[in-house]
Design a protein around this ligand. Structure first.
Ligand SMILES: [Zn+2]
Length: 553
């Protein structure tokens, strides 16, 4: 190419036939059918995001209508006759391209209106392509509408827009509407590969997919990224080059970060942020990448389709594996919080701090129980769902536990004993099914000088004996010390008769007007979830409604 004028790929490889327009077969087929049937509408409305082929299709259509190689309009313009060539070069007298953004006044449209009456000079049709038509002023739309209402037989209007909702309904109703799609990843890859082959440039499949993914379904964007890469790399493009040129964070970093988050490994998380900063990457881009990554995990978790993910198959397998480590609620929360983080970024430092604090908070779950967690629990109770302790968290998931961190250890009193017990229980029995089953028989009876007395009903003597195992003793003791600031050890005793319970809850102090008896409130407080909720809100039970149950067949 030495000495030649450099032409960007988007122009050099612009599709010249309907077959070359990729990803819009639903549109090109309809248009070709209309041409064959001799029923070409007078006004087209092309809707779609930028760089997906609207103007390109409009030009191919203009050639199809005016090609001189055959008697009438054709689906296969020859691309060699005077008309085809002048349209491709953008200097046809009869195909007028107007940028709606800069020619948006009434006068501009009036000019078109006057011009439209004149018969075409060397063609069958006068074709007006108005790009970004939504930018026209109200007056200009009115003038355009008059023309669209009574177009001369030789006039064809092709209106293109990225924002259809800004185009008046009166205009839309005069047009045949075509919705352009973002181009799917495999099609984009095929196109890019074809261009690279013609240009004699080598490129790995991974690099190609990374380019296509970054273009987010836009052909023009993909081609201009390719331009950049060829200038940067010469005739060989590697995966790493794509990330360097685009300033993207390597996909592997995303996997690592995900692993660190699910393992609550704060050291690793901060190390990854450090790596990204050291590599000179843009942090707001980093957050976008994180957001996209977790959004993909969420889509996997929610059972979304492959099309929603736009990822290579092997990548989807990775994502599905990782999605298993989170609950749906966790993922929703993650995505929401990272989305929140993208708002109001100003300095690089503020961005870094914001990312880091969010990561820590997500991992520690220390600060407070979020309101939605509480609501979730209350809803579980309301549905009468399986909430017994052995089942509710039999399969521990990443930061599923709602336990407070050492920074906010509980001070256990007689009043909050039941609620505190459920928190201690949850901590002590993480990954410990046997311990969980045994401990679910115990009731916290009293506290004294840092000692928690656990009482087992007579029928549960086996569970009581199982607690003598040293590893169980250690687990429970560690949980007591980690979760509370005043309990250090415990003692188990077997009750003489069952049920062995003590009135210990704050349900004792019923407010005036409560529609519940003390006995009922006490019974309700025996449910660890109820007592946890009451304790969380420092509330009391004032009424009990039976849970709505699904009708049994
Ligand atoms: Zn031709």
């Amino acid at each position: 190419m030495a000495g030649e004028h450099y032409v960007v790929f988007a122009r050099k490889w612009r599709p010249q036939t309907f077959q070359d327009v990729i990803g819009q077969e639903h549109i090109t087929r309809t248009i070709q059918n209309a041409i064959t049937a001799g029923r070409v509408p007078h006004a087209f409305l092309f809707i779609g995001s930028r760089g997906v082929g609207k103007t390109t299709t409009a030009r191919v259509l203009a050639k199809a209508l005016n090609c001189l190689s055959v008697e009438g309009p054709t689906c296969q313009p020859c691309n060699t006759c005077d008309n085809c060539r002048s349209i491709a070069e953008g200097n046809s007298m009869d195909v007028i391209e107007i940028d709606g953004a800069s020619n948006n006044g009434v006068d501009d449209i009036r000019e078109i209106r006057d011009n439209v009456r004149l018969v075409p000079s060397r063609s069958r049709f006068k074709v007006y392509i108005i790009d970004e038509v939504h930018q026209l002023s109200a007056g200009a739309f009115n003038a355009l509408l008059k023309t669209l209402e009574e177009p001369p037989p030789h006039a064809i209007f092709i209106l293109a827009t990225t924002e259809a909702h800004k185009v008046p309904a009166t205009i839309i109703s005069r047009c045949q509407r075509f919705d352009f799609r973002r181009v799917a990843l495999p099609q984009l890859c095929t196109l890019l590969r074809a261009i690279l082959d013609k240009e004699g440039v080598k490129c790995t499949d991974e690099a190609l997919q990374a380019i296509a993914r970054a273009a987010e379904g836009g052909v023009r964007d993909a081609e201009s990224i390719l331009d950049q890469l060829v200038s940067y790399c010469g005739d060989e493009i590697a995966f790493k080059d794509v990330f360097d040129v685009l300033g993207l964070v390597d996909w592997q970093v995303m996997h690592d970060l995900c692993d660190a988050i699910s393992a609550k490994d704060i050291g690793r998380e901060l190390g990854l942020v450090e790596d990204v900063v050291t590599a000179g990457k843009d942090l707001s881009q980093f957050v976008q990448d994180i957001l996209r990554y977790f959004r993909n995990l969420l889509v996997c978790k929610a059972g979304g389709t492959k099309t929603l993910l736009a990822l290579p198959d092997e990548e989807i397998v990775f994502m599905q594996e990782r999605a298993k480590r989170f609950t749906l609620t966790n993922l929703i929360r993650l995505v929401e919080q990272f989305a929140e983080l993208t708002k109001g970024f100003d300095s690089q430092l503020a961005q870094r701090i914001a990312i880091e604090t969010l990561l820590i908070r997500l991992s520690k779950r220390a600060v407070e129980l979020s309101v939605d967690t509480v609501i979730e629990k209350i809803m579980l109770l309301g549905e009468g769902a399986s909430i017994s302790v052995p089942e509710s968290s039999a399969a521990p998931t990443a930061y599923e536990t709602e336990a407070p961190a050492p920074a906010s250890r509980l001070h256990v009193t007689k009043a909050n004993l039941d609620g505190a017990w459920s928190v201690i229980l949850e901590k002590a029995t993480e990954d410990q099914i046997a311990l969980k089953v045994n401990l679910s028989n115990a009731r916290p009876a009293s506290i004294e000088n840092g000692m928690l007395l656990l009482r087992f009903p007579a029928r549960a003597s086996q569970a009581r004996t199982a607690l003598d195992k040293p590893e169980h003793q250690r687990r429970l003791q560690e949980a007591l010390q980690a979760m509370t600031d005043n309990l250090t050890h415990f003692r188990c005793e077997l009750a003489d008769d069952e049920p062995a319970t003590e009135p210990t809850s704050n349900a004792e102090h019923l407010p005036r007007g409560a529609r519940v008896s003390k006995d009922d409130a006490r019974t309700a407080m025996k449910d660890p979830h109820v007592s946890a909720v009451v304790d969380m809100f420092k509330g009391t039970i004032v009424d009990i409604k039976p849970p709505k149950r699904h009708e049994q067949p």
